[in-house]
Design a protein around this ligand. Sequence first.
Ligand code: PGA
Length: 233
Amino acid sequence: TLADLRGLKAGTLRLSVVTTAKYFVPHLLGPFCERYPGIEVSFHVGNREQIIERLEAGLDDFYVFSHVPGGLSLESSAFLDNPLVAIAAEGHALSRQPALSLEDIAREPFLMRESGSGTRHAIEQYLQQQGQTLNVKMTVESNEAIRHSVMAGLGISILSAHTLNLGGWVGLSPLRVEGLPIVTQWHLVRPSRKRLSVVAGAFQQFMEEQGRAVLADFVEDAGRFVAASGAGI
Ligand code: PGA
């Protein structure tokens, strides 16, 4: 419409994402806000449990999760893969092994995200299915702190490849582990009953039309690192 072309769509887009999505969601907001300069964004970041609380309280227009929470009336659409990959300090002895089993890595000191984290939930669910338990040495409340702890030789971990994008892999080596990466999908989620504002509608349309294309280029760097573990992104 004419109003769009003049950048007249105005108001606030309220968006809450889990911590692992903060690495790429701003790269969607860049072109969106360029197209609609009148739109302001309120961008909230928390772990899965915290973002579910916001969803239950009806605080935002959209949420980004890798697994859509159950038991709520939601609309959701998948827009990107979320591969969880195993990492060690650069040059770690295990990184030179061409094929590790889950048992091999289960023995290593492991750095795990905090309870309430979706990443942790996905790792625990997968390990349980495979009948393995990890040797958790440290619980760490952020992806960045895990990357640095792994670099510092405190142990190995499994993180979303998105945390490693744009040079986030520096100081780290991928581990080639049978059955990994654990792949889930990123979903844009909204409560079915919440009224879609003009601004939220513009964002939904932008995501449908351009979301995948914008992100395909963006994840290339992490894709190369992950490919070194024999997996795709
Ligand atoms: P997290 O969420 O930041 O809570 O680990 C990531 C996810 O839900 O995959």
